[in-house]
Ligand binder design. Sequence first.
Ligand code: FAD
Length: 657
Amino acid sequence: MMAYTPPPSLVPGALLGASLNGGIPEGDPATAWDRRRASYKLVSPANRKRFTIAVVGTGLSGGGVAAALGELGYDVHVFTFHDSPRRAHSGAAQGGINATRGATVDGDSLSRFVTDTVKGGDFRAREAEVFRLGEESARVIDHFNAIGAPFAREYGGTLATRSFGGVQVSRTYYTRGQTGQQLQLATHQALLRQAQRGTVKLHTRCEMLDLIIEDGQARGVIVRNLATGEIYAQPAHAVVICSGGYGTVYNLSTLAVGCNATASWRAHRLGAYLANPSMVQFHPTALPVMNPYQSKTILMSESLRNDARIWAPLLEGDARMPGEIPEDQRDYFLERKYPAFGNLSPRDISSRACLEQIAGGHGVGPLKNAVYLDLTAAVAKQGASAITAKYANLFEMYRKSVGEEPLEVPMRIAPSAHFTMGGLWADFDLMTSIPGLFVGGEAGFSYHGANRLGANSLLSAAVDGWFTLPLSVPNYLAAHLGDSRPALSDPCVADAVARVAGRLDALQSVGGKRTPGAFHHRLGELMYEHCGLGRTADSLLDGINKVHELRDEFWDEVCVPGGGDHFNVALEKAGRVADFLELAELMCVDALDRDESCGAHFRLEHESAGEAVRDDEGWQFVSAWETDSDGRGGLRFTRHAEPLEYTAVPIVKRNYK
Ligand SMILES: Cc1cc2nc3c(=O)[nH]c(=O)nc-3n(C[C@H](O)[C@H](O)[C@H](O)COP(=O)(O)OP(=O)(O)OC[C@H]3O[C@@H](n4cnc5c(N)ncnc54)[C@H](O)[C@@H]3O)c2cc1C
């Protein structure tokens, strides 16, 4: 481990904590996962049913780990706030899932995957974990192929691939523009099979609101049945949180409206560190915001950039229709600025380039807040049916949302909050800083560093869910054979239930006049303004104060009508917004603290010719935060740090030119 002295924090009142060890096996990162996996302790088949595991989430990660542990014979309880497990947000994923299977003879390899991913993440990812991702990726595709995911195929029957941003090979497997939907359906079926066998108990419409902790270890969850209002405890020997990303803290994001941070945040407030919370990806190809009342933004998959060209009018304020603007008056700015990767430049870089055009007066559309994503040349060359075969459902979404024909008129796109690289800190075994509490999928961190490459998230969720947690959770349990779960009457359970009941009461007793949604709306505006695509120390300091003020207003003025003992969406929303209001402050704190630019974390003070300037000497580490009360009604933050080492991928300045 390299010697490391943490830099001081620019955040008033922030404390410096410990140096963390991620538990990555010493030596060659390429073999770290093989060695670790081989050393895991096992639980014999006869003993597995003696262990109860609570899994929060039924997306690709949660559904995968629950089905796999059920298949192995454990007693699994899986929770989702949705009415069906299949409605997890993984189903919204569009463009594809990466794998280093080398299906196309284009020079792809495991080492290229690792280099692309580590470089794409601007050297803030764990190298050994990226190797795990690449190594398991081939198995992920074979696995999903076997359990019924209908991947696109070439004429000869082999699986088809396409390209995604930040790479120069074709390693993305897909099913039109609905890859996540198909992978989610396959996962859902595997989960239902276990439910049918009786190894997995499904708790639908149940929201995890707290964690049971006994002797410092995670021992179950407290949930609220959203249909009946019942609050109940599920004691367990281990808990796995796979609750997805928190991009909805921005209110307008590409995520579903219901996505939230509550499971992670409640675990965080009980001691699970949160890593790199400010590392948020803004996706360049969302549809622009058209009115202040919309509840989300809509994504047009990055895969479209295989065929589409992104451009803006050269002339400032050009009001002509796109078809009236001649070629020599168009700026294909990604191709111009990044000729080596062109329209498939990584998302952080592409988003900033789009914003630069819009801010520079070259925006298009009624609100001048978009640039063009133009398929017309590809349609002319390949024909409408060939293009439709690749992206049909995306076009359907565009037609329904915008009312225009994307095969004839260039689509309008703009950056929007999308994926959260930050998440609960965990070691190489995906165990958080609370023993017995594990994390998987987008709720975690580590693979993607400061910027995720497209099609790597379905992969990381699937690797966590199907290939890592089903081994690492039993490794933890093996040392707990004979331990009983806490009884419902134990103080650790009663305390956790009381915390939930107290919080729900507090929300309902404010008696104000503003809806939880109004606070969320305002919070989103603040986050885009202060912790958005470009950040400065002054603006972040201002953002911290404003978020704090908004939180105070929330607890003075929020209105939560109806009671808690039945279906009450206002109460659900209020709890989630209350958590967002704390998380948002930590995101601004992390962004202010990290005094460098890296990937999607773009501090305007640290740039050169528009590109991010990293400070490896100062900041080559993961910030893992602890949050507690400052005793004066506010929050106090402590930054722990896990140094990062790169031995396989040479550290370079990112360059896509
Ligand atoms: C529009 C869109 C398109 C995308 N396209 C791609 C793509 O093409 N390729 C790619 O690699 N990635 C893509 N992504 C990212 C990818 O889809 C996600 O990162 C990934 O699916 C997350 O999976 P997950 O299992 O971590 O979480 P999710 O699928 O979000 O599942 C979260 C689960 O947790 C449950 N949950 C949450 N909180 C609680 C709680 N408190 N109590 C109980 N249950 C709870 C939910 O009900 C749900 O079941 C896309 C994302 C979006 C938004």
